[in-house]
Design a protein around this ligand. Structure first.
Ligand SMILES: Cc1cc2nc3c(=O)[nH]c(=O)nc-3n(C[C@H](O)[C@H](O)[C@H](O)COP(=O)(O)OP(=O)(O)OC[C@H]3O[C@@H](n4cnc5c(N)ncnc54)[C@H](O)[C@@H]3O)c2cc1C
Length: 442
């Protein structure tokens, strides 16, 4: 492939990243390098893939390359829910075995992350907090009733929480009710992924601020990865590049780049905490998925996440004006929930890009001989990226396992998108319609 690719454009606005201690200087790709395995993308998927490759082959040289610093991409920008349950659309899958496989894979990812956090002392607010799925009004309650049925079908435990009990936890009477599911974990995503990056096995070399601009076949069945100041020759290439996978010519017209946004407050003072009246360390996702996600962190910050935008240029054209308008919408959602904290400002507003597909199908597998990818987690990539990256490494080294067969059974080919301009028009009007229909839940 000779074309130069479009690169990520994550800016410095992310609160999670800003809250980290200053990073050590990056090691960049320079000169001519040879690797047994190269992994592009150091998010959940790429970090897990590189780690597992090293476990299989401690003698191999493994290069993990990212265009940015670890944690500057979506894996460090998300809302920090590590969710065990299959996402909404997968929950509606007609085959119970399909859903049980997803559940088991997500839980394996959670166990894996927990083991790494403990083994390496990664300080990332990791907590077995569970998750509330919250409804504001009748529309949300109808979604919750449907969710209750899906939980019963799945045989998973859940609790209904009514407005009064909920207000004691959340510090707001805004929600009519919620369903609490216990299997979700919460974390500080930038702290988690940067900790994973710092604790890689010795034979994984992490090269940051090293965008791969072009891939070329080496004529012997391997690949040459071209950066601006160096090149990597490798026999095996693993892509943990999410939406950017299509830039290398793979899964073209099958992935949709979507951006969603979050704002958070500075940490509440002691007196603000009293006025707030709720607890620390909880997370709520909206019953109606187009609604608002809310979190209270262990370090006293309230987070609001909502709004979706179709970003064909991966956020390159995200303007200050767009962020200001999103921030103002976030402020409305915040004040509707926490009017008692009207004097507490947001300190950061940020967006992040991820991939969805029209049929909500994840891709996992070999794209062509020697090139492997896990891409398109439909916006729930903390657990999925971790387990799919791990198993991608198994696939790349030729290992077999029941988990590998499970992930192959539940993944497939994201469906083709219609051509432009129909695609952009269709996605934008669908996002606008969902926001309008869900306005009472925002
Ligand atoms: C605001 C927000 C909230 C979210 N909330 C949640 C949540 O609570 N729970 C959850 O599970 N998911 C959530 N998500 C989704 C989740 O963040 C993603 O699904 C997940 O990060 C995907 O992980 P990944 O490793 O596949 O890809 P990414 O994290 O996108 O990593 C891809 C990496 O590839 C690198 N890259 C791309 N192109 C190149 C190149 N040419 N050269 C070198 N490097 C390259 C990028 O810099 C990036 O670091 C949220 C997303 C956002 C934006």
């Amino acid at each position: 492939m000779s074309k130069t690719v479009n690169l990520p454009h994550d800016d410095a606005s992310c609160g999670w990243y800003a809250a980290l201690p200053a990073a050590q200087p990056a090691t960049r790709l320079q000169g001519e390098q040879r690797a047994d395995y190269a992994v592009i993308g150091a998010g959940f998927a790429g970090l897990a893939a590189a780690r597992r490759l090293a476990e299989h082959h401690p003698e191999a040289r493994i290069l993990l390359v990212d265009a940015q610093r670890v944690a500057q991409g979506a894996s460090g920008r998300n809302s920090g829910f590590v969710i065990d349950l299959p996402h909404k659309f997968a929950l509606e899958h007609p085959d119970p075995a399909h859903k049980q496989r997803l559940l088991a894979l997500n839980r394996a990812a959670i166990a894996q992350l927990q083991g790494l956090i403990q083994a390496h002392g990664i300080d990332c607010q990791w907590s077995h907090a569970g998750k509330y799925q919250g409804a504001v009004g009748p529309r949300g309650m109808a979604y919750l009733e449907h969710f209750e049925k899906l939980m019963k079908d799945l045989g998973e435990p859940f609790d209904w929480v009514e407005r009064g009990a909920l207000a004691k936890v959340l510090g707001t009477g805004h929600y009519s009710g919620a369903i609490y599911t216990p299997g979700c974990y919460l974390m500080q995503p930038a702290a988690l992924v940067s900790g994973l990056g710092r604790s890689l096995p010795d034979n994984v070399e992490l090269l940051e601020e090293s965008p791969i601009q072009r891939l070329e076949r080496d004529g012997q069945g391997g690949w040459i990865l071209h950066g601006s100041a160096g090149r990597i020759r490798t026999a095996r290439l693993l892509l943990g590049t999410s939406i950017f996978t299509q830039e290398f010519g793979y899964l073209r017209n099958r992935l949709l780049p979507v951006m969603t946004f979050a704002s958070w407050t500075r940490p509440l003072t002691d007196s603000e905490l009293q006025v707030y009246g709720g607890q620390l360390d909880w997370g709520l996702t909206p019953a109606d998925h187009a609604g608002t996600t809310v979190r209270m962190t262990q370090d006293r910050r309230l987070i609001i996440r909502n709004t979706y935008k179709h970003v064909p240029k991966y956020g390159k054209s995200t303007s200050d004006a767009m962020r200001e308008s999103v921030r103002s919408d976030h402020r409305k959602a915040f004040l509707a929930r926490f009017p008692q904290l009207a004097n507490v400002p947001f300190s950061h507003t940020w967006g992040g890009v991820y991939a969805i597909s029209r049929n909500f199908t994840n891709f996992f597998g070999e794209l062509e001989p020697g090139v492997f990818a896990s891409a398109c987690d439909n916006g729930v990539g903390a657990a999925w990226g971790t387990i799919s990256g791990t198993l991608l490494a198994d696939l790349a080294v030729g290992a077999d396992s029941a988990q590998l067969r499970d992930i192959q059974a539940v993944t497939g080919m994201p469906s083709l998108n219609p051509p432009e301009p129909f695609l952009g028009l269709g996605v934008r009007s669908r996002i606008r319609l969902a926001a309008w229909n869900s306005r009472s839940e925002l």
